[in-house]
Design a protein around this ligand. Structure first.
Ligand code: NAP
Length: 325
């Protein structure tokens, strides 16, 4: 089968190569999936470059531990391990595989059945590949940790990316008033999608505008915890899903102290892959959520697509077309 393989860390376009590798066989609880589509994520950008260096503790110290990147898939079940109970051959599935392994930039993957859910029949493979990771960060950030309430004023920092575009649509289920912060070129798309207000982070610092929010969902975390506190209403909550490592460490070290002595809450989301996908499926089936897709690009263009993602040139989710259904 064809797969996008790397054997050393470096710029995606220098180290990733499309190669023929043996097709795996499913063991025990594993399902063999023929992958139709995948999507690019922050994990791929970090894993392939081995940066930030701290991440090499996960991805391999000197050279990559995982030969094929990619952590989202949509595809068809082709074979089953002897212990599989949730799926049968021919089922259409999708999911974020990161809790069980990587390797979705390939024509096939053997993965634990718990990494997959059934794909609604009316959802395309492109849409399915774009949903599992970003929508779960948004849902778990806003609903589970952020305790979103009807009619709140919410700000999404990084609103034009994968998490932000799903975050807006989830927040609108609660009739929230939503401000999105991102780069100038993405602001029109964000307005069209339904953000009430948009801000260009290159022109304005939202933490210095004097405006306060009930809930902030941050995909970028580039400022100190005290800057975010300034932008929260008295009982407001700030949830980060990711961002600059030094800022996340600062948040991790200070949030316990701040939360104890303030009515405001700061928190970091630890993602539980696929937990809540049934809610997103329901929204999709009721026509209450749509996927913002950049692409799809062919498997051979994964190196360029990862670079493009890393440079922040994309809008919504960058989707890869692997094999035709
Ligand atoms: N919590 C967890 O367990 C977990 C697990 C996996 C991943 N993550 C994290 O989740 C996040 C994924 O976000 P995503 O997929 O939505 O990323 P994304 O698609 O890259 O979106 C981020 C958006 O933020 C914009 N942006 C860049 N710098 C900004 C700034 N200073 N202020 C405001 N906006 C800015 C980017 O635009 P430009 O770059 O064009 O300016 C981009 O549109 C990442 O931080 C990732 O590390 C968390």
């Amino acid at each position: 089968m064809k797969a996008m393989v790397f054997t050393k860390f470096g710029p995606p376009q220098s180290v990733l190569q499309l190669q023929e590798i043996p097709q795996p066989k499913p063991q025990d609880h594993q399902v063999l999936v023929k992958i139709h589509t995948s999507a690019i994520n922050d994990y791929d950008w970090s894993m392939v470059r081995g940066k930030p260096y701290l991440y090499r503790l996960m991805y391999g110290l000197g050279k990559p531990k995982i030969p094929v990147p990619g952590m989202e898939l949509a595809g068809t079940v082709e074979a089953l391990g002897p212990e599989v109970t949730s799926f049968k051959k021919g089922d259409q599935v999708y999911g974020d595989t990161s809790a069980y392994g990587f390797g979705t930039f390939a024509e096939h993957l053997c993965i634990h059945e718990n990494a997959l859910v059934h794909k609604p029949a009316n959802m395309s493979f492109e849409e399915a590949a774009s949903i599992s990771h970003a929508s779960m960060l948004a849902l778990q950030g806003l609903r589970d940790l952020g305790k979103i309430q009807e009619g709140q004023q919410i700000l999404i920092n990084g609103g034009g990316g994968g998490v932000g575009t799903f975050g807006l649509q989830i927040a609108k289920q609660y009739n929230a008033e939503v401000t999105g912060v991102d780069t100038g070129e993405k602001l029109n798309m964000m307005k069209d999608l339904g953000f009430d207000y948009v801000l260009d982070y290159r022109q304005q610092d939202f933490t210095r505008k004097g405006q306060q929010y009930d809930l902030i969902l941050d995909c970028k975390t580039t400022r100190s915890p005290f800057a975010y506190l300034r932008s929260l209403k008295p009982k407001g909550r700030y949830i980060t899903v990711g961002g600059a490592l030094p800022r996340l460490l600062q948040m991790f070290l200070l949030k316990g102290f701040i939360n104890r002595f303030s009515q405001k809450t700061l928190d970091i989301l630890p993602l539980k892959p696929n937990k809540g996908l049934e809610y997103i499926n329901q929204l999709y089936e009721n026509d209450q959520i749509k996927c913002i897709i950049d692409g799809p690009y062919p498997l051979s263009e994964v190196p360029r697509a990862i670079q493009y993602f890393g440079e922040g040139k994309h809008a919504g989710k960058v989707v890869i077309s692997v094999c035709d259904p």
